[in-house]
Design a protein around this ligand. Structure first.
Ligand code: HEM
Length: 489
C-alpha cells in the first residue's frame, strides 16, 4: 500500500511525464530545434536569454526557421532577411499579436500600445500615430523643438571645455526632453531630481527586461509573479513612471484648454470625451497612462543609446569622423540643421544608417504571436504561437550587406557616393507592429548627430589608446560606459 506522500509523488511524476510527452508531440509540427528538456525547455541552451549570439549559433545548426522552448512555450525564431520578410512583412497582419503571458506583458499590463492586442492595440496605435502628426511630426513644429534641444545639448558639451566626460547623461537629457515635450508638454532641466529618477527607472526596466529573471518569468509567470528577486524591481520602477504620469494627467485635467491641445495627454483627454458614447471605445484613463509610459519608455532609451553608439564609433573610426566633418563643412551653410538636409548630406546620412545597423540597438526585437493559424514556408503555425523576427540576423545578414561585420558607411552608398537604401535595413522592425516612433527617432538622430558633428571633433582622452566597441546585452545592446573629449571646431 502506497503512503500519501508516495502517491502524491507518483501523481506528480505522471503529470510531468504527460506534459513532457505533450511538448514532444507538439514539436513534430513545429520547425526543428534543439530537443527541449522537461519543464525548462531550451532555457539552459539559451543561457536563459534571447542573446543575439546564441540565436545566431542555433541558426547555423537548425536553419533560418527554428523553434526554441521557453519552458513549456515554443518560440519560432525567424533568421535572416528572407525568413523575416516571409514572416512579418508578407504576413504583417497575421503576425501582429503580442504574447499574453510574458514579463513585458505583465509589466505593461497588456494595455496601451507596445503589449496590447486586438481592437485595443489598433485603436491606441492609430491614435498614437495621428497625435504625433498633429503635434508636428514631419512638420517644422516638432523639428524646431529638436533643434532647440540640440542647441542646449551642444552648450552642455561646450561647458566640458574639451575635458574627458561621459556623454550619456547629456544625451539622455536631450532625447528625454523631446519625448517629454510630446507626451507631457514640458522639458526638464538636467539637474531636475524627477528627470534623473525617470531616467533611472527607464534604465532599470530595460536591464530587467533582458535579464535571466525575465526569461524565467516568461516561462513560469504563475511562479515568478510571487517570488522575490531583481525582476520585482522592474514593477516598482514601472509603478514610479505610472504614478508620475498620473500626476501629470491630473494637472492636465485642471489646466488644459480643450480647443488648444498641446501634448499627447491633452489630445487623449479630448479623445476620451469624444468617444464616451461609443460602445467599443478603448479610450480611458487606464489606457492613457499606458500609452504615455509606452511612448516615454520606448522613445527615450533607444534613441539616446543610438547617439551613444554614434559618438563611440566616431572616436573608433576617426577617418569616418573626418569625412562627416568635411561633408558638413562643404554642404552645410545654414545655422540650423533640418531633417530635409539629409538629402544633401549622403555620407552623413549613410553614417547614421550604419550606426543604426551596426549598433543594432533593439537586439533581437520583441516577440509577436500569430493571431490566426498560418503557414510560413512549409511550417503550419497555430494561432497564438510566439514568433520572433530576429532583427540582429537581418542587420548582419551576409547576403545583404557589403561588409556585415564591419562598421562601414559604404553599406549605404553606391559607387558614386549617393545614398543607397538597403531592403534589409530593419532596425525599427517591419510590418504592422513596426516601431511607431521611427520617423521621430530618425529626425532626432539626424539633427542631434549633425549638430554635434558640426560643432565638435571627438577624441579619446589622453593616454587612452583603445576603443571598446563590444556591446553590453540588456534588452537593448548598449556600449560599455566610456569617456570622450568634445573639442569645439
Ligand atoms: C533609434 C530609436 C528606436 C529604435 C531602434 C526602435 C526600435 C523599435 C523596435 C525594434 C520595435 C519593435 C517592433 C516589433 O514588434 O517588431 C519598436 C516598437 C515600438 N517603438 Fe520604437 N524604436 C526607436 C525609437 C522609438 C521612439 C522615439 C518612439 C516613440 C515615439 C518609439 C515607440 C515605439 C512603440 C510605441 C513601439 C510599439 C509598436 C507596437 O507594438 O505597435 N520608438 N521600436
Amino acid at each position: 500500500m502506497l503512503s500519501f506522500f508516495e502517491l502524491l509523488l507518483l501523481l506528480l511524476s505522471c503529470l510531468f511525464t504527460l506534459k513532457y510527452l505533450k511538448v514532444i508531440w507538439v514539436t513534430r509540427r513545429l520547425p526543428p530545434g534543439p530537443i527541449p528538456f522537461p519543464v525548462i525547455g531550451n532555457l539552459w541552451t539559451l543561457s536563459f536569454k534571447l542573446h543575439p549570439e546564441t540565436l545566431k549559433k542555433l541558426a547555423e545548426s537548425y536553419g533560418s526557421i527554428y523553434t526554441v522552448w521557453l519552458g513549456e512555450t515554443p518560440l519560432v525564431v525567424l533568421n535572416g532577411y528572407k525568413a523575416v520578410k516571409d514572416g512579418i512583412v508578407s504576413h504583417s497582419e497575421v503576425l501582429s499579436g503580442r504574447p499574453v503571458a510574458s514579463f513585458l506583458r505583465d509589466l505593461l499590463r497588456g494595455r496601451g500600445i507596445v503589449m496590447a492586442n486586438g481592437h485595443m492595440w489598433k485603436q491606441q496605435r492609430r491614435f498614437g500615430l495621428m497625435t504625433l502628426r498633429n503635434l508636428g511630426l514631419g512638420k517644422s513644429v516638432l523639428e524646431s523643438q529638436i533643434q532647440e534641444e540640440a542647441r542646449c545639448m551642444a552648450d552642455l558639451f561646450t561647458a566640458k571645455k574639451g575635458e574627458p566626460f561621459d556623454p550619456s547623461l547629456i544625451l539622455d537629457h536631450a532625447v528625454t526632453n523631446v519625448i517629454s515635450a510630446v507626451v507631457y508638454g514640458h522639458r526638464f532641466s538636467i539637474d531636475d531630481v524627477t528627470f534623473k529618477e525617470l531616467i533611472n527607472c527607464n534604465h532599470c526596466i530595460v536591464e530587467n527586461i533582458g535579464s535571466t529573471w525575465a526569461r524565467m518569468y516568461d516561462a513560469f509567470p504563475w511562479l515568478m509573479k510571487h517570488i522575490p528577486g531583481p525582476h520585482q524591481a522592474a514593477f516598482r520602477h514601472m509603478n514610479y513612471l505610472n504614478q508620475y504620469t498620473k500626476k501629470e494627467i491630473e494637472i492636465h485635467k485642471q489646466t488644459r484648454l480643450s480647443e488648444e491641445p498641446q501634448d499627447v495627454i491633452d489630445y487623449y483627454l479630448a479623445q476620451i470625451e469624444k468617444s464616451k458614447n461609443e460602445v467599443d471605445s478603448t479610450f480611458n484613463e487606464e489606457n492613457l497612462m499606458s500609452v504615455i509610459t509606452d511612448l516615454f519608455g520606448a522613445g527615450s532609451e533607444t534613441t539616446s543609446t543610438s547617439l551613444l553608439w554614434a559618438l563611440l564609433y566616431m572616436v573608433a573610426y576617426p577617418d569616418i569622423q573626418h569625412k562627416v566633418h568635411k561633408e558638413l563643412d562643404i554642404v552645410f551653410d545654414g545655422s540650423k540643421l533640418y531633417y530635409e538636409d539629409r538629402k544633401h548630406l549622403p555620407y552623413t546620412n549613410a553614417v547614421i544608417h550604419e550606426i543604426l545597423r551596426y549598433g543594432n540597438i533593439a537586439a533581437v526585437g520583441i516577440p509577436r504571436t500569430c493571431i490566426k493559424d498560418f503557414k510560413v514556408r512549409n511550417y503550419s503555425l497555430q494561432k497564438d504561437t510566439m514568433v520572433l523576427a530576429n532583427l540582429d540576423s537581418v542587420l548582419y545578414d551576409p547576403q545583404y550587406w557589403k561588409t556585415p561585420n564591419q562598421f562601414n558607411p559604404q553599406n549605404f552608398l553606391d559607387s558614386d557616393g549617393n545614398f543607397l537604401m538597403n531592403e534589409a535595413f530593419m532596425p525599427f522592425s517591419a510590418g504592422s507592429r513596426v516601431c511607431l516612433g521611427e520617423q521621430l527617432a530618425r529626425t532626432e538622430l539626424f539633427i542631434f548627430f549633425g549638430t554635434l558633428m558640426r560643432s565638435f571633433s571627438f577624441h579619446l582622452p589622453e593616454g587612452v589608446t583603445e576603443v571598446n566597441t563590444k556591446y553590453v546585452y540588456k534588452m537593448t545592446l548598449q556600449p560599455h560606459p566610456y569617456k570622450i573629449c568634445a573639442v569645439p571646431r
